[in-house]
Design a protein around this ligand. Sequence first.
Ligand code: OGA
Ligand code: MN
Length: 221
Amino acid sequence: MESLVQSNEQLFEALITGILTEGYAIADGFLSPPEVQRILDASAASYEQGGFNIAGIGKKQHYQLNQEIRGDHIQWLDHHNPPPACLPFFDRLGEMIQYFNRSLYLGIRDMELHFAVYPVGAFYKRHLDVFQHTRARKISIICYLNFDWVPEDGGQLRLYFPQEDGTEQHTDILPLAGRLVCFNSQSLEHEVLPARRRRYSITGWLRDELSFFDPPLPGNI
Ligand code: OGA
Ligand code: MN
């Protein structure tokens, strides 16, 4: 038990260091293979039953469906009543938020999360995760659910890094089962390259404002 707590704290500390120094961080094994399998089964079943919607761009009056920009399908998750398969993920995320709030003074008070499925051929063009009218999103998180994903399957998350000399570099991240990626929602431009296999993930944002359709998180997170 002690060592579990210890290793969680080391993991969260490594994530914070990555976000502060590089703008992003990766935690492989954030979920164990059996945990991933249960979430994947729940997501795939819901997708097959038509529980997903085509994802849009922007909110309210800015909302538009635009397959030329993104082709994923999503299902919003209620973090006050998550699907049972997702409980280990939500528990770990709750601990992570508490740790982030203690160490980073981010004041995370809310989160929004959805399942995402990229059908074969789907992509999400380069973008920032903040909407024009709100900057409440602080940290983007994505946890991938794809076993045996190889570079030939595409679907990489590409992160862009402007350099001081005006040039730009990028890093590509494979959507591997159990892998968590976190990055600064306000500044890090990114895209999802076309997937050649159906690509599953849970995507979410840690926010410093309460979204108006959601009650606050329990406790002090
Ligand atoms: C998003 C997004 C990245 C990914 O949903 O906003 O950028 O790797 N997702 O799924
Ligand atoms: Mn994004």
